[in-house]
Ligand binder design. Structure first.
Ligand SMILES: Nc1nc2c(c(=O)[nH]1)N[C@H]1C(S)=C(S)[C@@H](COP(=O)(O)OP(=O)(O)OC[C@H]3O[C@@H](n4cnc5c(=O)[nH]c(N)nc54)[C@H](O)[C@@H]3O)O[C@H]1N2
Ligand SMILES: Nc1nc2c(c(=O)[nH]1)N[C@H]1C(S)=C(S)[C@@H](COP(=O)(O)OP(=O)(O)OC[C@H]3O[C@@H](n4cnc5c(=O)[nH]c(N)nc54)[C@H](O)[C@@H]3O)O[C@H]1N2
Ligand SMILES: [Mo]
Length: 762
């Protein structure tokens, strides 16, 4: 039995192979084409692939890893997972009114997340009236009128929520926040709240800018690259080419991860003959299997070893000039560090003193260090402090604001960074609101809005009753699935602008609307001419993106068009000329230029092949904090006390998914085939719990006195530290408590869920 808010808990037929020791190569090329051909015909597939990430093509809808500034591979400037994302989007299957007439909400909810996605593209607007069991077609005009009416009935604009996922273009994001603020609220939660929010908070407080500081070129010339809490082989595969280049230029790579992720170990570059022949470049020089959330203790242990060395040979390890001129807080930081004991730190991170010493030795004589990180650092209670500890290490070495050195938070969604730049932010800086006021002549709301977790609570408590989502899959991506489902079901109206069907369309408010939009690869003829949009990648490069394929239906609108029409239907008197924007997206970019710093001559520069870099103060060695200095941070690592039988579980991505979109059931690099309902466990923990290989278990969390259960997972013994476990997201989001969030960033703690497991009663 399971709740319809979750994918059905049916098991497939798991089979396993050894963990792969090298990533990509020929199997990746084969897999790319298999996925494309399952969804569409070869000419359409080839046309799309020929334009992904090319200078005049469209931005890959998968991750936010940057494209090379110089030469791009003419044959394939995309990876296997990019090809899967494109296949998912360019499918020629579509959901007709007949499909919806034949399938009730209950029928659809009985399908798995994988099956829902495979049904095809949504082809026309759909409406679910109150009490109805089936979605029915609705005209665009009626849909906008209905949403506008519901929004205008609310006692306050703060009773509406406007979510964004990170695929939305700069142009659409700018209009979306403009509409939301003209309507009267800052309730703009986005996927970033669950993703790199902790990085943003930590970097703004310590360096004055919430973005990473490095470029691709920096990676190529760095001396040491430390990769923490990130699985690049699966989630940013083109990063492996950059690591390969760095390696060839002599860089040392240190990987810090509870799992020996294949992409961290070795790489077969599919764009090189030797890669296709299976000759791999080894990547990591040192792999450290850290305990979950052991990173702060590990970083402090390295810092402690470096400080001992520095004391013996002053000036040989730390960059004293940099520390003196550019930073604040060094004394307090050192006082705190000196009180730490190496054995305690080593115990807390689960890495031996000897291995910590190896890492410290690799770093001590080097001046150009880059630390890359992703969800393994950001989704923890003390994530903000851990990321500030990364900054501490870089500051000690003067490793920021110069070539080959700096911070590299690897962003997730392809335009999540751009969305924030455009003002998708529930706590907008006053200067941004001032600029809006000046350009548009209206009074933007000042009160801070709801982030993701606040939004769920507000809906649950009746403080918000219209939920509007610009993309994404809010129900399945957020924590505490049962609680979130209750929250959405309490709404008067839930609306989703979407390309594909997902569970958020099925767990709905009293009424629900689906607005189908064009995707990245689709040709956009809004206003009667070919339009293009733009995106910002993980390293702050803004580039154009122009779709090339004929849309699968004539009844799709672009995201900018949807927002403008909704604005006209909702805002009775608006000082904003919405029609101007849809006629020509240049008009949107002209207004972005007027409001947001760094976009001078936007329309001209975005047309240059390869786009342009946004200014980045940390990259230039300027720290725009209140005292204009980079800040050392003092924090203590967290000690996690586990009760008897309790384990710490992280929720991670398999190689066959993009967030809640499930491409298939294989996790090739980890040797898992045909199953997602698995739990990776340490063999000794399995023995202690009396579990045999592939026993079926139910997983429990009891935080706050609530029993949360995820049923039927196969126990797999795996190379994972003691007391740690891993499962795939979103199947176990039901276990992530809504009130375990990171301090300051309010990000759900998806990488450390306290669980117990019991053998399934059959
Ligand atoms: N193909 C594909 N690409 C994607 C995505 C996708 O789903 N599929 N999602 C996109 C998005 S939105 C994002 S945010 C990124 C996510 O990219 P990642 O952050 O790489 O994704 P996760 O699978 O969450 O992996 C987290 C990694 O952190 C490790 N880890 C977990 N806890 C800890 C810890 O406490 N310490 C350390 N040191 N390591 C830890 C895990 O073992 C795992 O290797 O990828 C983006 N790209
Ligand atoms: N337990 C756990 N939970 C997590 C995470 C985790 O690691 N563990 N990771 C978190 C992270 S990092 C993130 S970023 C979030 C992701 O959260 P979301 O961004 O909300 O989720 P996605 O699965 O990426 O959204 C997929 C849906 O987006 C729609 N879509 C795709 N392309 C387009 C488009 O071009 N336009 C529009 N309008 N819609 C489109 C499709 O309908 C598709 O079903 O999940 C978070 N949740
Ligand atoms: Mo993300």
């Amino acid at each position: 039995m399971n709740n319809d808010a979750e994918s059905p808990d049916e098991l497939h037929n798991l089979h396993q192979k050894n963990i792969k020791t090298e990533a990509v190569g020929l199997p990746a090329i084969v897999s790319s084409f298999r996925h494309i051909l399952a969804e569409t015909n070869l000419p359409r597939g080839l046309k799309a692939l020929a334009h992904v990430n090319q200078k005049q093509g469209f931005d890959c809808p998968s991750c936010a890893w940057p494209d090379p500034d110089d030469e791009r591979s003419r044959i394939a400037e995309y990876c296997e997972n990019g090809a899967k994302a494109v296949a998912e989007e360019i499918t020629t299957k579509k959901l007709t009114p007949e499909f919806f007439a034949a399938s009730s909400i209950a029928d659809l909810a009985a399908l798995s997340d994988y099956e829902l996605g495979k049904k095809g593209r949504i082809a026309q607007p759909m409406f679910l009236p109150k009490g109805a069991t089936h979605y029915q077609p609705i005209s665009w005009e009626q849909a906008f009128q209905h949403i506008g009416d519901r929004l205008n009935e609310l006692p306050s604009p703060d009773n509406a929520i406007f979510y964004t996922s990170g695929r939305t273009s700069n142009e659409a994001a700018f209009l979306y926040q403009l509409f939301t603020r003209a309507y009267g609220t800052n309730n703009l939660p986005d996927c970033s709240n669950m993703c790199h929010e902790s990085s943003g908070v930590a970097l703004i407080e310590s360096l004055g800018i919430g973005k990473g500081s490095v470029t691709l070129e920096d990676l190529y010339v760095s001396e040491v690259i430390m990769i923490m809490g990130q699985n690049p082989g699966t989630n940013a595969p083109r990063m492996l080419s950059a690591l390969q280049k760095a390696k060839q230029n002599g860089a040392t790579i240190i990987a810090v991860n509870p799992l020996p992720e294949t992409g961290l170990m070795a790489f077969n570059n599919p764009q090189q003959i030797k890669g296709i022949l299976g000759l791999a470049t080894p990547l990591s020089d040192l792999y450290l299997p850290i305990k979950l959330n052991g990173d702060m203790a590990f970083l402090q242990a390295i810092e402690l070893l470096l400080s001992l060395e520095e004391e013996q040979n002053p000036g040989s390890v730390f960059d004293i000039e940099f520390i003196k001129n550019k930073t604040n807080g060094y004394q307090q930081f050192m006082e705190h560090l000196r009180q730490q004991s190496l054995p305690d730190l080593s115990r807390a991170c689960g890495i031996s003193i000897q291995d910590i010493g190896k890492a410290a030795d690799m770093i001590k004589g080097k001046k150009k260090i880059i630390v890359c990180w992703a969800m393994g650092l950001t989704q923890h209670t003390n994530a903000v402090d851990t990321i500030k500890e990364v900054v501490n290490l870089l500051l000690l070495k003067g490793s920021i604001g110069k070539p080959g050195a700096g911070t590299c938070p690897v962003r997730g969604h392809s335009n999540v960074q751009g969305d924030r730049t455009m003002g998708i932010w529930e706590t907008p800086p006053p200067a941004f609101l001032d600029a809006l006021r000046k350009r548009f002549n209206f009074e933007p709301p000042q009160k801070h809005g709801f982030d993701v977790v606040h939004s769920i609570r507000a809906m649950h408590e009746g403080r918000a009753s219209v939920f509007f989502a610009m993309g994404g899959n809010f129900l399945s991506a957020t924590p505490d699935t049962t609680y979130t489902a209750e929250a959405l079901r309490k709404c008067r109206l839930t609306v989703h602008v979407s390309t594909k069907l997902n569970r958020s369309h099925l767990i709905h408010g009293e009424e629900a609307i689906i607005l189908p939009c064009l995707a990245r690869s689709d040709k956009d003829l809004s206003g009667g001419q070919e339009q293009f949009v733009s995106c910002e990648n993980s390293m702050g490069v803004v580039q154009s993106s122009k779709g090339v394929l004929k849309p699968i239906s004539d009844d799709l609108l672009s995201e900018p068009d949807i927002i403008c029409r909704l604005a006209k239907a909702t805002l009775k008197s608006s000082p904003i000329d919405w029609d101007r924007y849809t006629k020509d997206y240049d008009a949107i970019r002209d207004d972005i230029e007027k409001v947001i710093p760094g976009f001078d001559q936007y329309n001209q520069r975005v047309r240059q092949p390869g786009g342009f870099y946004l200014p980045n103060s940390a990259r230039e060695g300027r720290f725009t904090t209140p005292d204009q200095k980079a800040q050392f941070n003092v924090a203590r690592y967290m000690e996690i006390q586990l009760g008897k039988g309790e384990l710490m579980m992280m929720t991670i991505r398999s190689h066959d998914q993009f967030n809640t979109t499930i491409y298939g059931f294989d996790d090739r690099y980890r040797g898992i085939y045909n199953e997602r309902r698995v739990i990776f466990l340490n063999p000794e923990d399995m023995q202690e719990q009396g579990l045999k290989e592939r026993d079926s278990v139910d997983i429990y969390n009891h935080h706050g006195g609530v029993e949360r259960i995820a049923r039927k997972f196969l126990a797999i013994s795996y190379a994972i530290p003691r007391s740690c476990a891993a499962t795939y997201y979103p199947e176990t989001n039901v276990l992530v408590p809504i009130d375990t969030v990171a301090e300051k960033s309010n990000t759900p703690v998806s990488k450390l869920v306290i669980i117990t497991i019991k053998r399934t009663n059959i």
